[in-house]
Every structure is written in structure tokens, then in C-alpha cells.
Write a new protein. Structure first.
Length: 313
């Protein structure tokens, strides 16, 4: 229980599910591994993208909110997602691809000690591709061969996640003292931390920024989920979180995994989520993401839900 296994997934807001689907499948070449709905508000899509099976650590998820306004950037927010690619040559490939497809992007530079290419999706969500050449990836990540991206340049999974806060030590202390993250680099205004030393797939950059808090909208990041192996471990973490004075939701059954949610003292929303049972609990691997999948408690409302949702394909 003492060590978390890295990132599980990260969840964002999008205004339009179809445009979101087009960007992440057709431009980034990720697999849509689950087309479902927000379990707390089933009139909106919840879309998951990742590797072959949507393995923990590869999942980008989006809640569709048609009324979402513009994000007003600020502090006390999760502000950037790192995605790992195999090599420096991959960064060059993606720079050319982004230029051809008119995706907002930077020159190749560095970030958190790694070669990097910053870019944004069509709604202004901030991301960065990171050269993973010198780092291993989790054994359970499996490439998906259904993309037109050359195999040697495909996105592998999640890397460094950036969190921007008003009070640096509040979030750093949480990660270090409660979750046993290791500090691998630090300066006055920024701390780089890893859940497993040397593993970029569990890396978080916490940076300090004064000013007003972010006003979330389309293209904003809702929460970061941390990876927990089993329900028993999750129960232990729930006790520990509450003992430290944080308000936890307790364990919530999300059907594809078990979760709990809490906010740190900067207001950052964290989820902790188990590996299993995973997205194949109600779908064969070859059929992942093709049809609308609903957890059992929503199945009786399928006709009503399908009548509301706009087709994605």
C-alpha cells in the first residue's frame, strides 16, 4: 500500500463529443476504448481513449458538456498533460503532423528534463509530447494497431502531469507525506515528484502561481486519478486519507473500476482508482469503444439515454 503505481487516468471537459472523438482518434491516433455516459449525469457522454485495452496509465477521458464555456486560466488547477512517445524522431514526426493538420504547437524544446513538444487540442487543452527514449513503460501497456500513426511514433501513454497551485507546499506535502512520492528535482517555484523513482509514468510537476483560481470550461482538466491495485488497498487508502483530515467520498463503484475522490488543500481534485475489472468486463477487446456501453444500473434507461446523445461516428 505504501507506493502508488503511477497515473490511472485523467479526465477533462469537452463541449462537443464528436469533435473530441475526431481529434483524439484521427489526429492523435488513440483508440476509443469506451463510449459510455457520465454515471452521475447520464445525459452526457463519457469518452475514454487509450491503448489496446485502455490500460491504467493510458486513459484520457472526457465528459461532454454542451453548455461548457471558455476556460479562464489561473492557479489551483491541473494545467497540462504529458504524453509519452518513443523517441526524439517521434517528436519531429508529430511536429510535422501538427503543422500539416493545423494543430497549435511549439518548437521542440525541453520540459521536466525531457525533450518536449507542446501542443493544444481544438479546445485549448494543454498537452506536451515527451521523448521517452531512456525510460521503460509499464508491462501492461499494449499498443493498438488500428491507427494510421506509424508504430515507431505512436503515443504510448501518460507521462508527466502538471499541477499549478497557489500554495506549493500544500500539494507537495500531500504527495510526499501521504502518498510517498519522491522529489526528483526542485526549485523555489517548482517541484518534480514521482510515485515510483525513475518512472516517468507516475511523474507530477507541481508549480506555484499566485493569482485567481482557474475558471473551468471546455478544454479544462477535471481531475487526476492515481493508480491503486486492489479494492482492499483502496479501502486502506480511504482510511488513511480521512485520518489526515481530508473529506473522501468513500469508495464508489464505477463498474469498470472502483474509485474514491477527495480534494487537497489547494482544491485539486484527485481520484484513486483500481486496475480492475477494466473495460473488457462488458465488451470483447476487438469491440471496445464501438457501441454505447452502460453500467448495469443504467441499462434499463438505455432507450432514453440513446435518444438524447448525438452520434459520434
Amino acid at each position: 500500500m505504501n507506493k502508488l503505481s503511477g497515473h490511472h487516468h485523467i479526465s477533462m471537459l469537452t463541449k462537443n463529443g464528436k469533435r473530441n472523438n475526431d481529434f483524439y482518434t484521427k489526429i492523435l491516433g488513440l483508440r476509443r476504448v469506451k463510449k459510455t455516459v457520465n454515471q452521475d449525469s447520464p445525459s452526457m457522454y463519457h469518452l475514454f481513449y487509450g491503448d489496446l485495452t485502455g490500460a491504467a496509465g493510458t486513459e484520457l477521458t472526457f465528459f461532454e458538456m454542451p453548455v461548457a464555456g471558455r476556460t479562464v486560466r489561473g492557479t489551483n488547477a491541473i494545467t497540462r498533460i504529458g504524453l509519452l512517445v518513443p523517441s526524439y524522431g517521434s517528436l519531429q514526426y508529430w511536429k510535422n503532423r501538427f503543422q500539416q493538420l493545423e494543430v497549435e504547437h511549439s518548437e521542440i524544446t525541453t520540459y521536466a528534463g525531457k525533450d518536449a513538444l507542446f501542443f493544444e487540442d481544438h479546445e485549448g487543452l494543454r498537452m506536451v509530447l515527451l521523448n521517452n527514449h531512456d525510460h521503460e513503460t509499464p508491462a501492461h501497456w499494449q499498443p493498438w494497431d488500428g491507427s494510421d500513426i506509424p508504430a515507431e511514433h505512436r503515443i504510448l501513454g501518460m507521462g508527466t502531469v502538471e499541477i499549478t497551485v497557489r500554495y506549493l507546499l500544500r500539494t507537495v506535502s500531500l504527495l510526499k507525506e501521504l502518498f510517498n512520492y519522491t522529489v526528483v528535482a526542485e526549485s523555489e517555484k517548482e517541484v518534480v515528484m514521482q510515485s515510483i523513482p525513475g518512472k516517468v509514468f507516475g511523474e507530477i510537476v507541481v508549480q506555484e502561481l499566485e493569482g485567481p483560481s482557474e475558471k473551468p470550461g471546455r478544454g479544462s482538466i477535471h481531475h487526476l486519478a492515481l493508480r491503486v491495485g486492489t479494492v482492499e488497498e483502496l479501502q486502506q487508502w480511504d482510511v488513511k486519507i480521512k485520518e489526515q483530515g481530508f473529506d473522501s467520498t468513500g469508495i464508489v463503484d464505477r463498474y469498470y473500476f472502483q474509485s474514491l475522490y477527495f480534494r487537497d488543500r489547494n482544491g485539486i481534485l484527485f481520484e484513486m482508482a483500481t486496475d480492475g475489472p477494466g473495460f473488457t468486463v462488458d465488451s470483447a477487446i476487438e469491440d471496445l469503444g464501438k457501441e454505447l456501453d452502460l453500467p448495469p444500473f443504467l441499462e434499463e434507461k438505455r432507450a432514453e439515454i440513446e435518444a438524447i446523445l448525438e452520434p459520434l461516428d
